[in-house]
Write a protein that binds this ligand. Structure first.
Ligand SMILES: C[S@@+](CC[C@H](N)C(=O)[O-])C[C@H]1O[C@@H](n2cnc3c(N)ncnc32)[C@H](O)[C@@H]1O
Length: 412
């Protein structure tokens, strides 16, 4: 079932943003947008104005925006963002599987994907038995059927990710190389695995990872063992170097040779390549909310990066449009960020859907991923009021995320 699009509101906001920040791009993307002349004078700051640290600036901006966006939920999200995040251990199927499984189980960690799939199987057999013996009321049977409606087969196979149970804040030790130098697991924010699971890569698929470095999600895609071809791209040379190092620490040489790595501006992907992909991951640069509250270095909230920050939704929109143009008709595209910002999440999706319709005559349908909420509710805190896609909220008892993901299907 396609989710309802409230294109008008997102479009208005995005257009307002673009008008303020990039009038020429507004004309390019929204043909009907009026050209505004005479910008109001920018406020001039005295050179002596004290510059506050980027982390404090980030918190001030989040308080202002997210206080309004999330209302009474914000204080709890805020404290969780400021606290230590929880990690997940993405299992590497190319290691000594038995040994590493044992190590992770000895730590009392659980593969949350396996656990969710098992819970659905248990519900299946309960519902079947209930129907056979006629011991369940029709209401209970309906309730049981709900989480079973979306089959587990909609989840990419072979991806395993271990986490500690809710409320358990134990830490994973760093993975150690085996005799072949291969590492058994990759530590990441476990919510990062969800967009890859929802991308649902199928055997023989041509897959593109448009903004791939340093490669956590690339590694998850490769665990499926399904890709006929995987094209991996990022614009940053230093981050591509990191991606190379990560792939060499986790994968056998013959598999690495199958990954096509490029360093291009993803916005121009279509001009440079004519392959049509079955699946495209567009994991865009964003305000990276959790990291922005912790790290000064390279922060997008630094004084000198204000303009770049304001242009982020525009860059995200262009990357998402490029990702959809790279997909074949019927192909599926996953848009993801690690921010809570509506302007960088739902509004970008709405803007891209609208733009593709107007500029390219391409219809895109937003997929309903709400079955993820039911499947993974014991591991993650899902935001209940997300209109398009799904948003994982940081929560002290399950301190993952933020992670926004939204699947789009290109129809023509
Ligand atoms: C959120 S990070 C990707 C994280 C990665 N998918 C992972 O799971 O490890 C966003 C990436 O987008 C890249 N990027 C920024 N602008 C880009 C562009 N115009 N084209 C391609 N990549 C871009 C950045 O260098 C950065 O590595």
């Amino acid at each position: 079932m396609a989710a309802t699009l409230h294109v008008g509101r997102g479009r208005r906001l995005l257009r307002q943003l673009l008008r303020e920040q990039a009038p020429s791009l507004t004309r390019l993307f929204f043909t009907s947008a009026p050209c505004r002349r005479g910008h109001p004078q920018k406020k001039k700051w005295a050179t002596t104005t004290p510059r506050i640290p980027a982390t404090r600036m980030a918190l001030q901006i989040f308080d202002m925006n997210y206080g309004t966006q999330f209302g009474s939920l914000w204080p709890s999200i805020r404290i969780s963002l400021l606290s230590e995040q929880k990690y997940g251990a993405l299992f590497n199927n190319f290691c000594d599987v038995k040994l590493v499984t044992q190590q992770l189980e000895d730590l009392n960690a659980i593969d949350f994907i396996w656990e969710a799939q098992n819970a659905v199987k248990d519900l299946d057999s309960m519902a079947e038995q209930g129907a056979r013996e006629q011991v369940l009321s029709p209401e209970t049977q309906t309730e049981l059927c709900e989480p079973r409606d979306q089959p587990v087969s909609f989840i990419s196979p072979n991806i395993k990710c271990y986490t500690f149970p809710r409320g358990d804040i134990s830490l994973f030790p760093q993975a150690k190389p085996d005799i072949l130098g291969i590492l058994g697991y990759y530590l990441l924010n476990a919510a990062s695995v969800l967009p890859v699971l929802a991308l649902n890569v199928q055997p023989g698929d041509l897959v593109l990872d448009l903004c791939a470095a340093p490669g956590g999600k690339t590694l998850a895609i490769l665990q499926t063992g399904c890709c006929r071809e995987l094209a991996v791209n990022d614009i940053s040379a230093s981050r591509i170097d990191r991606l190379h190092r990560i792939l060499h620490s986790y994968l056998p040489e013959q598999l690495i040779n199958k990954v096509k790595i490029t360093r291009k501006d993803g916005r121009n992907w279509r001009d440079l390549n004519d392959t049509c992909y079955d699946r495209v991951l567009v994991d865009v640069p964003c305000t990276n909310d959790r990291q922005s509250l912790k790290e000064e270095e390279n922060s997008i909230f630094k004084y000198g990066r204000k303009e770049e920050r304001k242009m982020l939704p525009m860059l995200q929109l262009q990357l998402l449009v490029a990702g959809i143009l790279a997909a074949k008709p019927g192909g599926e595209v996953m848009y993801s960020t690690c921010t809570l910002s509506q302007l960088q999440n739902e509004y970008v999706v709405e803007g891209a859907v609208e733009l593709l319709k107007v500029e390219h005559g391409i219809t895109v349908q937003v997929a309903d991923l709400s079955y993820f909420r039911r499947l993974f509710q014991s591991t993650f805190s899902f935001y209940q009021d997300c209109r398009l896609g799904e948003l994982i909220l940081p929560n002290l008892s399950a301190n993952f995320g933020p992670m926004y993901f939204c699947k789009l299907q290109r129809l023509n």
